[in-house]
Design a binder for this molecule. Structure first.
Ligand code: GTR
Length: 317
């Protein structure tokens, strides 16, 4: 292999059946990583060994924002990212990232398994990406170094890390806090050193990244249920035969229930683990106070007719 990506030198002359190179920010064993490996196993079986997936987990190929660019330009074949990493690239991805859009896990799954999900995956095509499937990412909640968050007023003056997405910068500002966008890999040190006062994520990332060591207050704000998304580079996709494209797409779809099963177990384990280690968690009685504050953010980020139609169709489910 010669020429190609900055991260993986030498992608140009690859044989047509060389492994599909996949990356994930999370380490081996995380449900998203295991799901893509499962998908690789299915592809291997269904192509009689012609095609498989080689996974580079643990985020050492770069941040999600960086690797998604490399994937779009054909330097990586498959990439699992949080949908926020696509927010600046494609407006439809704002929709499932919106705070307080989904009413429940069942609602989120139904929306993303249906026509709305298909439209969002399809919308990635002009950006050099083939949307393969969505994975769960649970409920994102705020956690911090100082105190339980019970109302938006408790967040005043706090410096909160968000993903690299203007949507989340605006959301945190609307709640009265300062927003600090940074890659996930920098959150632990920033919490421990006091560069930030808090962040927001699901139980598995909070536990897996050991963020609880610096920020022991985890408040159940459940403000976003933004999914993970699995994408493939169009350039590699176009080199696959129609049969192998179908097999790849189907294997991705088949990895979704596998992932969800692992995910539900992982959320429970992560929660129990950190609670045993002394994390203080609290329910938020009036989530609508948070919902009202972030409502203007919806208006600011829903600018296309397609986004608005997607929101309506999802809310009507
Ligand atoms: C996690 C997600 C990661 C990463 C992270 C973050 O829930 O699985 O892909 O995007 O959130 O906050 O950066």
């Amino acid at each position: 292999m010669t020429g190609g990506s900055a991260l993986l030198p030498g992608r140009k002359g690859e044989a047509l059946n060389s492994p599909l190179i996949a990356t994930d920010h999370h380490p081996a064993g995380y449900p998203t990583v295991a799901a893509v490996q499962h998908m690789g196993k299915l592809i291997h079986e269904r192509t009689d060994g012609r095609l498989n997936i080689e996974m580079f987990a643990g985020g050492y190929l770069g941040s999600e924002t960086d690797t998604i660019e490399v994937t779009a330009s054909g330097g990586l074949d498959i990439n699992r990212v949080a949908i926020a990493a696509l927010n600046t690239i494609e407006p439809t991805t704002i929709v499932p990232s919106l705070p307080f859009l989904f009413r429940s896990k069942a609602h989120m799954r139904k929306a993303l398994d249906g026509p709305a999900g298909d439209i969002i995956l399809e919308s990635l095509k002009p950006h050099g990406l083939i949307g393969l499937c969505f994975y769960d990412s649970g409920e994102r909640c705020f956690y911090n170094t100082k105190k339980p968050i019970l109302t938006p007023e408790d967040m005043k003056g706090m410096r909160i890390r968000v993903q690299n997405s203007d949507l989340y910068v605006s959301m945190v500002k609307a709640l009265g806090a300062d927003a600090a966008p940074m890659p996930l890999g920098e959150v632990y040190q920033s919490l421990v050193r006091g560069v930030i006062d808090g962040a927001e994520n699901n139980w598995p990332s909070y536990q897996g990244g050991r963020h609880f060591e610096g920020a022991p207050y985890y408040s159940l704000t459940r403000h976003a249920m933004a999914p993970e998304v699995l994408v493939m580079s169009s350039s590699r996709w176009n080199k696959l035969s129609k049969t192998d494209q179908d097999i790849t797409k189907q294997a991705a779809k088949d990895s979704v229930p596998f992932m969800r099963d692992l995910w539900d177990k992982r959320v429970n384990e992560a929660r129990i683990t950190v609670l045993r280690l002394g994390v203080k968690t609290n329910e938020v009685n009036d989530l609508s106070a948070f919902g009202e504050k972030v409502r203007p953010v919806w208006d600011r980020f829903l600018v296309t007719e397609q986004q608005k139609a997607l929101v309506n169709s999802i809310r009507n489910i």
